[in-house]
Design a protein around this ligand. Structure first.
Ligand SMILES: NC(=O)c1ccc[n+]([C@@H]2O[C@H](COP(=O)([O-])OP(=O)(O)OC[C@H]3O[C@@H](n4cnc5c(N)ncnc54)[C@H](OP(=O)(O)O)[C@@H]3O)[C@@H](O)[C@H]2O)c1
Length: 214
């Protein structure tokens, strides 16, 4: 696939590396062309630095990996309001979380629904916001199950594309429902942060429910 990434930071760089290892072609664009070029230079021919306005036009799927403060600016640079992402699966891995208290900065709704409103005609999926980007570059530790990537969205074809890209990173996709579940899914990031701040490993804070033998 040709995967467009809007964003040029740590997450964009890690995802680009993970997907190019699986043979995908990645186009990276953000407000800093210099940072996009640095990712391309680090990862070689499979990654191209492009103007953000070209990301939608040249990609089969678009991933948004910017700091929440930059979301509107990057969508504007991408021409999302003019329909540049229309018809495309758009995977949102942002966290609109206040890092001080772990609460979502949006009084209602969700980050991915905000993106859906601004990126007219796009088919949004919330996914990949919980695990560190770097975790996709190392093999799953021996004896541990693969990471489950919970995701939600309203478009089946977009969810299928997101699921394929999650598998390519070594994760197991799990669709938890439509966009009405987006805020719940986004809140998990803050929940994880609060557990870590309280000195606990989040993985120990959830019940173990094995239904594989049902
Ligand atoms: N890092 C991870 O492991 C990880 C994991 C899961 C989810 N995420 C999420 O992924 C997103 C990006 O995280 P990151 O770690 O890659 O952050 P980062 O390294 O700090 O990069 C931030 C990105 O957002 C852009 N940006 C920041 N403020 C902006 C503004 N006002 N207008 C336009 N662009 C702006 C930056 O552009 P400039 O370079 O021009 O500043 C850069 O492309 C965040 O929402 C984060 O919660 C990150």
């Amino acid at each position: 696939m040709r995967i467009g990434i809007l964003g040029t930071g740590v997450m964009a760089s890690a995802l680009a590396e993970g997907w190019t290892r699986r043979g995908h072609h990645v186009l990276v664009g953000g407000r800093s062309q210099e940072r996009a070029r640095a990712i391309a230079a680090r990862l070689g021919d499979a990654v191209e630095a492009v103007d953000p306005a070209q990301v939608g036009k040249q990609s089969d799927v678009v991933v948004i990996a910017v700091a929440w403060e930059g979301i509107d600016q990057v969508l504007d640079l991408a021409g999302a309001g003019q329909g540049s992402l229309a018809g495309l699966a758009v995977i949102d891995c942002t966290n609109a979380v206040d890092y001080a208290d772990g609460l979502l900065k949006l009084p209602s709704g969700s980050a991915v629904e905000h993106i859906a409103e601004r990126a007219v005609g796009s088919k949004v999926v919330k996914a990949l916001h919980l695990f560190a980007g770097a975790s996709w570059l190392a093999p799953t530790p021996t004896g541990q199950p693969k990471r489950t990537v919970a995701m939600c969205g309203d478009d089946e074809a977009a969810l299928a594309i997101a699921a394929e890209l999650v598998r390519d990173l070594g994760g197991v996709p799990a669709v938890i429902g439509g966009l009405e579940h987006a805020r719940q899914l986004e809140d998990v990031a803050g929940f994880v942060m609060r557990l870590v701040a309280a000195g606990h490993n989040p993985v120990t804070a959830l019940p173990s429910v094995d239904r594989s033998q049902d």
